[in-house]
Design a protein around this ligand. Structure first.
Ligand code: FAD
Length: 395
């Protein structure tokens, strides 16, 4: 086995690390406090090729592999998860479905303007009655005179309302299947389409400099050709999209956990009590050991899932494992980082206090821990112990 990144993967990681530590990290506290979308940072990341890292070069993307993307995303999120989720939602949720399911015309019209990251694309699945249960989708799209007429609403959609957003792909009911369940399809809606509006941005616990809005569709008409993929394949499309997204949110979690560790290690060496650095107390050393162990495990899970995806192999179970473990490890890391800081870690303005607030969403967005555990268990229950073990170690 070879655990070394390729030269190209290393190049992307180092590029992201230099930019993140040099430009993003010094501004992270202020971004969080002011809750302003960082247009200049996103523009610089687009210039560096980071905002289109995995997207095809023929449409203006960078053509990097999925491992490289996750290495870079970890570094960006280590500096600030608001910027991390902006990059992730644009690439994994917004643009990847256009790449995977779009026609040449759709890619030319919608992907080309976004593949470098100068414009952003969003993905609208969640609604008031459809969170974990996408079958609860109420938004409808009816085919009339060569147009899809969309009615309904979406909530919490990332990158949907920035000045550089070019549009959103929405999941809507387009009919009823033979078994009585809703037929779901994905439809492309450009930002300036009449009948499509957005509500005000949300106040949030974390990801505060990233952009989320409710979306409203009232008699919103787009051409019939804006159907993405085949009619009725919306469910399959978003499940596939979320598999990739889960690996990326796991990478984002590893980045945040690493940031917690960075702060905790430095503080443990600096802070003196009872005449010595608190790093000399075994209780503190064990916390640092546990954090380092869990970060290492989480990173390995992310990279294995990404490696499988790059090879076109099945990676759905590994994506869910990476998402659950990395998000929960990051939460434990944030908690211990505050503990190692003592009262200082409870103060507004302390980096670890910010990380402690920010970390919770990783267990919720792009599939909660509960639903990912169910996905893992559902697969395991179809196998005997031998089959399950083989899948784990010998893919
Ligand atoms: C900041 C932010 C950004 C987001 N960005 C986007 C975006 O860009 N696009 C988008 O489409 N969505 C987005 N979302 C929505 C996000 O994906 C959902 O919040 C998530 O899927 C969970 O849905 P829910 O919040 O409605 O929780 P619910 O579905 O209401 O779940 C509540 C609780 O019940 C549990 N639960 C539900 N069903 C089951 C079950 N069958 N078994 C066991 N437990 C269950 C859940 O695990 C959870 O603990 C975003 C959300 C936030 C907060």
């Amino acid at each position: 086995m070879n655990f070394d990144p390729t030269d190209e993967q290393r190049r992307w990681r180092n590029l992201a690390r230099d930019f993140a530590q040099g430009v993003i990290r010094p501004r992270a506290e202020r971004l969080d406090r002011e809750q302003k979308f960082p247009y200049d940072i996103v523009a610089e990341m687009a210039q560096l090729g980071l905002m289109g890292l995995t997207l095809p070069q023929e449409y203006g993307g960078s053509g990097g592999d999925f491992v490289a993307y996750n290495l870079a995303l970890e570094e960006i999120s280590r500096a600030d998860t608001s910027v991390g989720i902006t990059m992730e939602a644009h690439i994994s949720l917004g643009c990847s479905p256009l790449v995977a399911f779009g026609t040449e015309e759709q890619k030319e019209q919608f992907l080309r303007q976004c593949a470098a990251g100068e414009r952003l694309w969003a993905f609208g699945l969640t609604e008031e009655e459809a969170g974990t249960d996408a079958g609860g989708t109420r938004t409808t799209a009816e085919l009339r005179d060569g147009h899809w007429v969309i009615s309904g609403s979406k909530k919490w959609i990332t990158n949907s309302g920035t000045d550089i957003t070019a549009g959103v792909t929405v999941i809507a009911r387009t009919g009823k299947r033979d078994d009585g369940r809703p037929e779901l399809s994905a439809i492309i809606v450009p930002q300036e389409t009449p009948g499509y509006t957005r509500g005000p941005a949300y106040e949030k616990l974390g990801w505060r400099a990233s952009d989320q809005h409710p979306l409203y569709f009232e008699d919103c008409r787009v051409p019939e050709e804006n159907l993405l993929g085949e009619r009725g394949t919306g469910l399959r499309q978003f499940l596939q999209t979320l598999d990739g997204g889960r690996v990326a949110v796991a990478a984002l979690s590893v980045g945040l956990a690493q940031a917690c560790f960075d702060e905790a290690l430095a503080r443990a060496k600096r802070r003196r009590q009872f005449g010595k650095a608190i790093a000399e107390f075994q209780a503190i050393q064990f916390k640092l050991s546990d954090m380092a162990m869990e970060i290492e495990l989480a990173r390995n899970l992310v990279l294995k899932a990404a490696w499988l995806k790059d090879r076109g192999r099945s990676f759905s179970r590994e994506a869910s494992m990476a998402k659950v473990f990395a998000s929960e490890a990051a939460k434990r890391a944030a908690d211990q980082a505050v503990q190692i800081h003592g009262g200082e870690g409870f103060m507004e303005g302390s980096a670890v206090a910010r990380y402690w607030r920010q970390v919770k969403i990783n267990e919720i967005g792009e599939g909660t821990s509960e639903i990912n555990r169910q996905i893992i268990a559902r697969g395991l229950l179809k196998e005997n112990a031998e089959e399950a073990t083989q899948k784990m170690v010998a893919q």
